[in-house]
Design a protein. Structure first.
Length: 152
């Protein structure tokens, strides 16, 4: 296994993307759905992870003075139980740049961490009927909506 790992370390990650997409499409075509979540409609989780790489081999992925890396932004279809989309960026890029590629369906509920916080995008998502759940940053403002008066 170490020989395979050694050789894969020298390959461009993009050679694996067609295989990954084919596997995802195959699993999606099987149609497994979490029945307990159907009543909520489509729910998708978005998060990212940084993968460190050897700077001498991946100089294009520089993100610290002595490190290289990529960030993989993943959209996970909670109803089907599998990831269904990926965006790969340089690790130095902010997570928000991947949002528009991952948040693309109307009437879907997206759940993501506060690192993706962007109020202007949230306004547009709401207008486009793309729903979301996230945490506020510690300095985020909020107010309590009093709601409608009870007519009874």
């Amino acid at each position: 296994m170490s020989t395979l790992s050694y050789h894969n370390n020298k390959r461009n990650y993009e050679v694996f993307l067609p295989v990954l997409n084919e596997l995802i499409n195959k699993v999606l075509s099987m149609g497994s759905v979490n029945e307990s979540l159907k009543c909520f409609g489509l729910i998708e989780l978005i998060d990212s992870t940084t993968i460190s790489m050897r700077l001498n081999l991946y100089q294009w992925a520089l993100f610290r003075s002595i490190k290289a890396g990529v960030k993989i932004h993943t959209r996970f279809d909670l109803n089907k139980g599998i990831p269904d989309a990926f965006v790969v960026t340089n690790a130095v890029e902010h997570d928000k740049i991947a949002m528009d590629s991952l948040i693309d369906s109307e009437h879907c509920i997206y759940v993501f961490d506060k690192v993706y916080l962007d109020y202007e995008k949230f306004d547009q998502y709401t207008k486009d009927e793309k729903y979301f759940v996230t945490r506020l940053k510690h300095n985020g403002g909020s107010y309590r909506n009093q709601g409608l008066k009870n007519k009874s």
